[in-house]
Design a protein around this ligand. Structure first.
Ligand code: PLP
Length: 438
């Protein structure tokens, strides 16, 4: 067992009464990723037997791929079109007023960027800045909210690097939960304002994300946290499944085809592992043809514990103290790090990192070539894509999908120092002529 130190937390008093079994669509049980032990669906996240992390096991609708594909295509333009593959009640599609209804974001073919980077195959940006709170986090939160409802929680909470706090605030407001979320005290203004504006409680913690996360783990075990659903802690198995919808959408938008290469950002590593899970499910269900795909992980050099382990050939991840402008990815002790390493190695991918200068350059490159203004996390994936192409690791002749998981307006601080007006002039033609821009 590689994941020592993760304490098992049974959620005591706010569990639904015994005998009242929870039904969440095709989800059949929680299953331990390390030892395979199974548990009934509930607000637990670690295996009682070995402390390994739990994930959702399913009875998926196999047998009629054509029927399933038609059903998905006839569904709403949100993640709920994939409800038959998610741990949510089937009626979720009938009550859009209780969800932020994220997903079905644009898959943009990036021809200008491809030309600039020497890509001869096709290059696509999966642009998740189009979600309700402008990051991919709305996907994971939407699933966690359905679990919170099923388990009878009344307060939604999380430890966040910024984007998650906003997504929880918005989802709670819409679904009628109280919310109280926790962030490191020194986040970008855009993140703090977006986390606060939805009217829930927002608490800045004097420390980094790993300190915030440790604090939340203590709160779960304390009577103070009773009745609270922490979307990324005690609801983590459900939350994680939201990331599968990125894999589903990418394949559907490519015409029910697997991409050859994906470049995915890593914070805790959850998203990357669930994208792999989603792709494997589509293959198993017969919705896409089974061919090899490669998954590449992207980190900022100032917080690159997984990249370091990959390059050193290790299968454990040594925690680091983050120092990077890519604050949404600044998790120094990534819970899913070892699984990310497994996936990168198994699929023939890699994990790479870029420094802050290259992150800013990549944000500007994507904006200049495709008119997409990415969050720093998007600067990380585009920067890593460029580096992997330069190093001959990514194959330029194939179909590649690069994730942009957030909106550049949230991280203006990263580009503001090097971006501004070309000139500031008096309102006269003479002054404009003198500026030499005509
Ligand atoms: C949270 C987040 C991610 C990925 O997080 P994981 O913990 O690895 O799932 C990626 N991009 C942005 C912008 C995020 O906020």
């Amino acid at each position: 067992m590689r994941r020592k130190g993760l304490a098992f937390m049974a959620v005591q008093t706010h569990e639904k009464p015994a005998g009242d079994t929870v039904s969440l669509g095709p989800a059949s049980a929680l299953s331990c990723r390390e030892c395979g032990e199974r548990f009934p669906l509930g607000p637990i996240f670690a295996c009682e037997a070995c402390f390994g992390p739990l994930e959702i096991a399913y009875d998926l609708p196999t047998g009629d791929p054509e029927g399933l594909r038609r059903r998905i295509e006839a569904g709403p333009n949100s993640i709920w079109r994939y409800a038959p593959l998610l741990p949510v009640p089937a009626d979720v599609v009938d009550r859009p007023a209780t969800s932020t209804n994220p997903g079905f974001t644009k898959l943009v073919e990036a021809r200008n960027l491809a030309r600039e980077l020497g890509v001869t195959g096709s290059l696509h940006i999966k642009d998740d800045s189009g979600n309700p709170t402008h990051s991919f986090k709305d996907r994971v939160v939407a699933i966690a909210v359905e679990a919170a409802r099923a388990f009878g929680f009344t307060t939604l909470s999380c430890s966040s690097t910024g984007n998650l706090a906003g997504a929880v605030g918005a989802a709670a407001a819409r679904a009628g939960f109280r919310s109280c979320v926790f962030i490191p005290h020194d986040l970008e203004q855009g993140k703090v304002v977006m986390a606060a504006v939805y009217g829930g409680e927002l608490v800045g913690i004097e420390g980094n994300y790993d300190d915030v996360n440790r604090f939340c783990s203590e709160l779960i075990g304390d009577p103070l946290g009773e009745g609270w659903g922490f979307v990324n802690v005690n609801l983590r198995p459900y939350y994680g499944e939201g990331s599968k919808t990125l894999a589903y959408e990418i394949c559907e938008q490519l015409g029910w085809r697997l991409p050859d290469q994906l470049v995915v950002p890593i914070a805790s590593g959850s998203q990357l592992t669930k994208i792999d899970k989603g792709l494997k499910e589509l293959i198993a269900l017969g919705l896409v043809e089974d061919r090899p795909y490669r998954i590449f992980g992207a980190q900022a050099e100032g917080c690159s514990p997984v990249s370091r382990a990959f390059k050193d050939g290790h299968d454990v991840v040594r925690p680091v103290r983050p120092d990077t402008i890519a604050k949404s990815l600044a998790i120094g002790n990534p819970a899913d790090g070892p699984y990310v390493l497994d996936i990168a190695r198994r699929t023939g991918g890699a994990v790479e990192d870029v420094d802050d200068g290259r992150i800013v350059d990549a944000i500007k490159l994507l904006a200049r070539t495709e008119g997409i203004f990415a969050e720093t996390a998007g600067g990380v994936t585009v920067g890593v894509t460029k580096k992997l192409l330069e190093d001959g690791v990514l194959d330029p002749s194939l179909t590649t999908v690069v994730l942009n998981t957030g909106d550049g307006l949230k991280t203006l601080d990263a580009v503001a120092p090097t971006t501004g007006p070309t000139a500031t002039i008096r309102p006269s033609l003479e002054a404009f002529r003198a500026a030499g821009l005509a």
